[in-house]
Design a protein around this ligand. Structure first.
Ligand code: CA
Length: 287
């Protein structure tokens, strides 16, 4: 049984910084002295040449690259897919000729990973030419709590296939509750609306299913609506009516419980948290 800090105020919005740096490769990085002078015509050797190692594929004139070079999906949860765009391009410093993308596919087929378009292909121009590139998007739709390790394999008409590692975090998050009132959902006989904010504090996302008032007899006096608080000034809160809903780390959902001042039964606000535990969050409602 994990403890929940009932009066935790979440002062932060933390978004995982996604995507790896655009690497131009580290192979042969220490041999700058052996190639810099030979590659630079004329009397001025540019320092920048020392930073770009020669690439075996450069013999063909085309130097295929993919960015990002790897990717970790951090904010997907069941019912909440996450997508990432990738770009296949020609190395700006080394390439002198176009190449063809002949095939893009996953190392291992998986129902949790999809490509858009399904079969990316086409011509990537040489730098400075028409700058045509091939792009594709990978969407991760978790179907279970098991993390996934895969790769996108990009095949071209030059060199070896490029391996783009895909990993996923299936670590689900914990959450905190922040109430609008010190006595939580004890309405003290007065009609009104009280709120509770469910904030995901990580390390991974949480997923929430439709909230309800239980038992049915309490629905005469109590009702609940759910909102995604605005994270941008001037933008209204968005009411949530489709479930389940994933909550990334640092984000919240707010549940507004309205009491009409009448009725004859106390109740419970039930919020199913799909992970880390399937057990629902149950908040007592008192007239
Ligand atoms: Ca999985």
């Amino acid at each position: 049984m994990r403890s929940r800090a009932l009066w935790f105020i979440a002062p932060f919005v933390w978004q995982a910084a996604c995507g790896g740096p655009d690497s131009t490769g580290t192979d042969g990085a220490s041999d700058a002295d052996t190639h810099a002078d030979a590659d630079v015509a004329g009397e001025v050797a540019e320092d920048v040449a020392d930073d770009v190692p020669p690439d075996p594929d450069a013999e063909s004139g085309a130097v295929p690259r993919v960015t990002p070079t790897t990717y970790t999906f951090r904010n997907a949860s069941p019912g909440h897919p996450e997508s990432q765009a990738f770009r296949i391009y020609n190395d700006f410093d080394q390439a002198t000729a176009p190449f063809q993308v002949t095939s893009v596919h996953f190392e291992a087929a998986s129902p949790e990973l999809t490509l858009d378009p399904p079969n990316p292909s086409g011509t990537v121009s040489a730098p400075g030419a028409n700058e045509s590139e091939v792009t594709f998007t990978v969407t991760y739709t978790p179907l279970d709590d098991t993390p996934d390790f895969n790769a996108v394999i990009v095949e071209t008409d030059v060199g070896d296939p490029i391996h783009v590692g895909i990993t996923t975090l299936s670590v689900h998050g914990d959450y905190t509750l922040t109430y609008s009132h010190a006595d939580h959902m004890d309405f003290g006989g007065a009609a009104g609306t009280r709120s509770v904010l469910v904030t995901c504090i990580g390390p991974g996302p949480i997923a929430i299913s439709a909230p309800s008032i239980e038992p049915a007899g309490a629905r005469a006096a109590f009702s609940v609506r759910a909102w995604a608080p605005s994270v941008q000034a001037g933008t209204p809160d968005a009411e949530i009516t489709s479930w389940p809903r994933g909550i990334p780390v640092g984000r919240s959902l707010r549940f507004d419980v309205a009491f009409d001042g009448g009725g004859d039964a106390d109740g419970t606000l039930t919020i199913p948290i799909e992970n880390p535990d399937p057990a629902p969050l149950e908040i007592p409602l008192a007239r």
